[in-house]
Ligand binder design. Sequence first.
Ligand code: NAD
Length: 496
Amino acid sequence: MSDGTTTAGLGPVVGEERMLIDGELRAARSGKVFETVNPATGEVLGVAADGSADDLDDAIGAARRAFDSTDWSTNVDRRVAGLRQLHAALVARTEELRPMTVAEVGAPLGMTHHAQLNTPIESLAWVADLLEGYAFETDLGNAAPLGIPSHRWIRREATGVVGAVTPWNVPHQINLAKLGPALAAGNTVVLKPAPDTPWCATVLGRIIAEDTDIPPGVVNVVPSADHAVGALLSSDPRVDMVSFTGSTATGRKVMVAASESIKKVFLELGGKSAFVVLDDADFGGACATAAFTVCTHAGQGCVITTRLIVPRSRFDEAVEATAKVMAVLPAGDPTDPGTVCGPLISARQRDRVEEYLRLAVADGGSFVLGGGRPEGLSAGFFVEPTLIVGLPNSSRVAQEEIFGPVLTVIPHDGDDDAVALANDSIYGLSGSVWGERDRAISVANRIRTGTMGINGGLWFSPDVPFGGYRQSGVGRESGIAGFEEYLETKSLAEPA
Ligand code: NAD
């Protein structure tokens, strides 16, 4: 079902109102809908079914039945075929999805050719290949534990019903990074997207229902304006695992709620990653990359580096080089192919970022660049790329996740100090280090995060595990490790 709004030059924005439950595309039981808004213009794009606890109950019931009474969990060929069909359907519809993604997410058009659309679609092909070659059984040979000669082997099995809860910042990436491996492993899924980007999930539901033979109930998509509906996935005993991506604050709640039924919990949470520049680094390259990174998608990425940690002796030089690039990076209309820094997702998110900008000043910081709203973009939810100096690493602005195009520059006094500052955070999701190779790798190895880029190297890819240390999460998404998160391990033995 579509709304016909046109995004300038990109073709019609085609959304989907209906949720997917038990193979049926349908309205919410209550008949209620909620609006989805274009963050670049503030315009209402259309509506999505407003799922309630009743709808979620239906979806969990359908996922449970599909897991317990079909061969989905054990039929590898069927799953490979389903994933390949879904991949092919998404490839065929990529150009239809692109304007919708730009309009609903506010994702700069250029990003849809990578992380916001094309890369996640391609990740399904990678998962299907992995599944085709994956050994679900491993022979451990014979042994005589307790004097009983036995032949032992290990079998990997699907976990069961997976509740997948996702955020709005890179919705296709996160929806598919959960759906692909969860389905490949033989699970059934209830996907609950963020209220800000329901269509990115409901359109996926429609494509699964209409363009694939994935059986009814294997994938269910329930959008809702009410966060409490997603919370039910953590507490319902019919759900075996919650795969959650979102803020650390919500992740804590998911963990607590899931503890009642001892659910497997997989968490991808927030970050406050450090971009460390050593004194022998290529300063021009490092500072330009730090500037580009924080402006990408207006800083709305959990792995985006938001603390720039530079040698005290070259502080002014680093600030100047970074500001110079931030000042000219294309910002504004996400439908412009050159735009790097688009809008924030909502007025609420803009308010949140602006609150941190006020806090930066109140705590003694100052803006080298930005600090307000850009001129001429009053309709959408924009904030200027902002560079802050004068705040210590212990300040709230340097410690808390802002999720905006805001970079704080902090001086260090050598490699040990840089490592200590990078690690002085409750988070541990990502990071970057620039300097002579061996020295940079040594620093990267000492920083307690799940991913690190060295001198501009990029790890983001379907075959690379991604996730957080400390309060940035539990478990890994993508790669073989990501696939295996969705498997149980059964050990078996027979008399030898
Ligand atoms: P959020 O935590 O507010 O919401 C995420 C999802 O959880 C939404 O679908 C929301 O409806 C749902 N939700 C809210 N309360 C819930 C509850 N009690 N139980 C279950 N579900 C609940 O996050 P957001 O604002 O949508 O997204 C931004 C956050 O996501 C940032 O903190 C960012 O760092 C994080 N994020 C992390 C990763 C990662 O992989 N580590 C990736 C992207 C975003």
